[in-house]
Ligand binder design. Structure first.
Ligand code: HEM
Length: 224
């Protein structure tokens, strides 16, 4: 009850700020994905598919899959939670498919060029990210088929899924940042553009952290 009063009396400027920051996150992830697509020109070489698919997977699909649960910036705000859950797993499936294609493209390209695999921090963390996102998706199956996790309450499963999903998202953002530090990207853009590009995964990661932790805190407040 006290909590509802607090929410009702919240200054409007907070609501506007939250809506603005969610809109900025949509804008950032779309512009960043489009920018990498223009720069890498997918289809012009085997390598070109790697930055394109990875950015599409982690900057676009995964960010949008999480943002659709945002109370302030969801494009499907008025739909039921069940529908949001469905759209979320469809976007996550697309994310995993793109990540697998991006990994296959860079690995095969390296194999064709006789280069060693997973030797850089980006390569190592990138491989870990793709494995973790695959595992995270498999571990989410009990949320759809609850009988797969007998003895676990749905609330507990959701809590673990959100926490591990956030870690996966942060791994994806770090891999993106390390990808931007690659010789290919550094040679493709000038200084200011590099910093602006690096700001994109950093901004979306901050917004996602804020959304997931706020949802958790709100639930905790309701329970107490
Ligand atoms: C979350 C997104 C990303 C993941 C998970 C990822 C994953 C990987 C992996 C696993 C490798 C090593 C493959 C091997 O050694 O066989 C690699 C290499 C590479 N990636 Fe990414 N990547 C991502 C995003 C990007 C982006 C955005 C760029 C460019 C802007 C990029 C540029 C490169 C380059 C140039 C290489 C070859 C050099 C190296 O091995 O470090 N990557 N990536």
């Amino acid at each position: 009850m006290v909590h509802n009063k607090e929410v009702e009396s919240e200054p409007r400027v907070y609501a506007y700020t939250r809506t603005f920051s969610a809109a900025l996150t949509h804008f950032t992830c779309i512009v960043f994905t489009a920018f990498i697509a223009v720069l890498s020109r997918p289809g012009t070489s085997l390598f070109s598919w790697h930055p394109f698919c990875m950015t599409l997977a982690f900057s676009f699909f995964m960010t949008e899959a999480i943002l659709l649960f945002s109370p302030h910036g969801s494009p499907i705000k008025r739909f039921s939670h069940k529908t949001k859950g469905r759209v979320h797993w469809i976007l996550q499936c697309l994310c995993v498919c793109c990540a697998a294609l991006g990994l296959a493209a860079i690995s095969y390209n390296k194999h064709l060029n006789g280069k060693a695999h997973f030797t850089s921090w980006h390569g190592f963390l990138g491989l870990l990210t793709v494995c973790v996102v695959g595992l995270q998706s498999l571990a989410a199956l009990p949320l759809i088929y609850h009988s797969l996790a007998k003895g676990w309450s749905l609330a507990k499963l959701k809590r673990y899924h959100a926490a591990s999903g956030l870690v996966t998202y942060l791994l994806g953002s770090t891999s993106l940042l390390l990808g931007l530090s690659s010789a290919w990207f550094a040679a493709s853009v000038g200084g200011y553009t590099w910093y602006l590009s690096a700001l994109c995964p950093a901004l979306t990661a901050l917004a996602t952290m804020n959304q997931v932790t706020s949802a958790y805190m709100a639930k905790k407040r309701l329970q107490s």
